[in-house]
Structure formats: C-alpha cells, structure tokens
Design a binder for this molecule. Sequence first.
Ligand code: RNT
Ligand code: ZN
Length: 413
Amino acid sequence: MTRFEAAKAHYGDYGVDVDKALNVLSGVRISMHCWQGDDVTGFENKGSLSGGIAATGNYPGKARNAEELMADIKKALSLIPGKHKLNLHASYAIGGSIPDRDKLEPKHFSAWADFARAEGLGLDFNPTFFSHPKADKGLTLSSPDASIRNFWIEHGKASRRIAEYFGKTLGMPALNDVWIPDGYKDIPADRYKPRERLKASLDEVFSEKLDPNYLIDCVESKVFGIGLESYTVGSHEFYLSYAAKNNVLCLLDTGHFHPTEMVSDKIPSLLLFFGKLALHVSRPVRWDSDHVIIFDEELKEIAKELVRCNALDKTLIGLDFFDASINRIAAWVTGMRNMQKALLYALLMPYEKLSRFQEESNFTEILVLMEECKFLPFADVWDEFCGRNDVPPRDAWFKPVLEYEKQVLSKRN
Ligand code: RNT
Ligand code: ZN
C-alpha cells in the first residue's frame, strides 16, 4: 500500500472522498499577480513605487522587462500544479510607443494575451492608480482637481475595455479591480467631500456598458496606507455600499483590515448578497499588508469558507503580495502552492458531519472532530496532487528555482 492509498483509507474512515477533493482542486484557477516578479515596478520606468504601498528588500535578479518577467512567470508556473490565471497591472503595457494611462488600449496588451493563450492562462486586470506624476499628491479619483480626476476616470474606463478584451480573446471572464491609494496622512478636515467625489468618479468609470460575460468589475477597499494613515477615501463601508448599489463586486484584500478582524468571517455574508466573490489573498504583518501567504490558520479558514459555502465556482481568487527580500520565483511558488494546499486541506474536511453536529448543538463533537482533522495525513494527498499534475512534490520544487537563479537571475543586475 502506498502512502497515498493509506491516506485515502484514513480519510475514508471519516467519510471524506479524497479523489473527489483532488478533482475539485484541479478545477480551481488562481490568479497569480505579475507584480511579485519585479516589486511592482512595471515597464513605464517613470519613478519609484508610490501610493501608500512599498516593496522592501533588494534581492538580486528581479525582472527588468517583459521578456524577463514572462520567463520568470513561466518558471514559477512550471512548479505550480494545475492551470491558472495571470493578474496584470496597467503599468505593464508592452510595445514601442505606449501612451499615457488615460489613452491605453487593448492593443497595448496584445502581447500579454498572446502569452496567456500560449500558456493556457486566463487573465485579470488592474488599472494602475499609483506610481504616476498625476497621483503624486496621493489623490486620484477623489482629487479636488477636476483635471486630475478626469485623467484617472479615463484610465479607469480604458482599463475596463482592456479587461473585456482579455475576457473575449481568451474566452474566460477577466476581473478588473479598481484600487486607488487616495487618503490623508493626518486627520482630515472633511471626510465627506472626497468620498462624494469618489462616488461620482466611479459612476463615470462604470458608465460604459461592456459585456458582463467577459468583464467582471470590482472595487477594493483598504484600511490605511503608508503615509496615508489617518483616512482612506475608499474604505470598506464605502465600497461595500457602492458595490451593493451598483452591481459590481467588493473585493476583499485579506491584508486590508484591522489586525484582529477575520476576513474569512466576511465571506459568507458577501456571498449572500453578491453573485460572485473576489479576493486578494495576502498576509498582513504590522504595517504591511503584502507578505507572502503562508499556510496559517486564517488562510485555512478562508479556504474552509470557500469550500463549505460551495463558492469555489463563484470566487475569483487572486494573490497579492510582493516581497523584494527573497527569491521572487520562490515567493510566487510558495504563495500559489499554499493557496492550493489550504483549499485541499479544506476540501478534505468532513463538513456534512460537522455541520450536522452544529445543527444538533453537539459542540463537544465539533471540537473533538475538528482537532482530529488537523492530524489526518494531508501531506500525502498533497504529494499525490503534485504527482498527478507533473510538478515536484514536497520542497523538491526549490532545487529548480535555485538552478534558475544560478543560470538566469544572477546574470541580471
Ligand atoms: C494595495 C492593494 C492593491 C495592490 C496591487 C498592486 O494595497 O492591495 O491591490 O497591492 O494593485
Ligand atoms: Zn490588493
């Protein structure tokens, strides 16, 4: 009997169908964010990262252009089981004469569409409302200056068209995620007007009717940014209300809430009121919202909610972290595999039994069974999943990354 067969029998004792779990996991596409590959630099070369976010560290070998970024993405994906999506930012347009962001068009991203098609990937998109001279006051869609606001409104509209194009050309809907940095470092004199302006700007951004079969719109909230600590225009209440009233999604970035707030707990509530759910899975550490995701309690809890709410088909799972202090390909692979591990862990839990216990108020049984589940032979099922998908099991994926670092990354400077 192999370790996998033994594990399967062990799970079987608890009524868990391991093959079914593996099949379900095979169908889950996770959107891997391109920006871990180059510390959110993008291809415009207009200056440093701004907008209340920061990538710290200077690990050698970051991608300097589209060719290198694509090669690194391919390397990472070759070590991650399954088929996925790639999440792009507007600052990653490719070509000779790229216009300013208000004038971007689908054609400036056709090289990415070709790449995605060749690699069997879906695409998602993000307008880039930061790292730009017109965002240097930390205000974009909520700016009191109408010309600044209009520039960013045009950028928002352009981005929706690009996302719709991705959806159409790849035959898989693309998420367009509006996140803006807008906020104030110190206590504002007026919290109302910036939000009033943001609301009106968003109405304009979303005014063009595009095909919902290919484009999924969402807005992403945040609690604070670096240098913008006292007030965020696009707060959670603001966007949750906006999304509910305007038929767009409210994306939950798991790094964007107060440290004791559980994002997992928000999932069922949103699912009851929205047809779909959009996530940026990240890991908050003190002031930073973007550490590489690890296999921790909250990640497992998020995965459990997605599984037991039967929401895997309606959730757009994207990752959002950027660590510049470690090998960037290892960061991607660790995060993507951890998201999948958490989903597998969740898929291997005996929910029917646990939920019946809850309905019958058998709380002792729940405690005992949940604790036992933590010791079931999960790792053997994970190794089987890697094997079935032709990628290295355990930490065997790391050797090829080191080899690539030696052969390719170390030659960049
Ligand atoms: C910032 C938001 C946003 C960005 C990316 C790069 O706090 O999470 O999603 O991380 O757009
Ligand atoms: Zn995010």
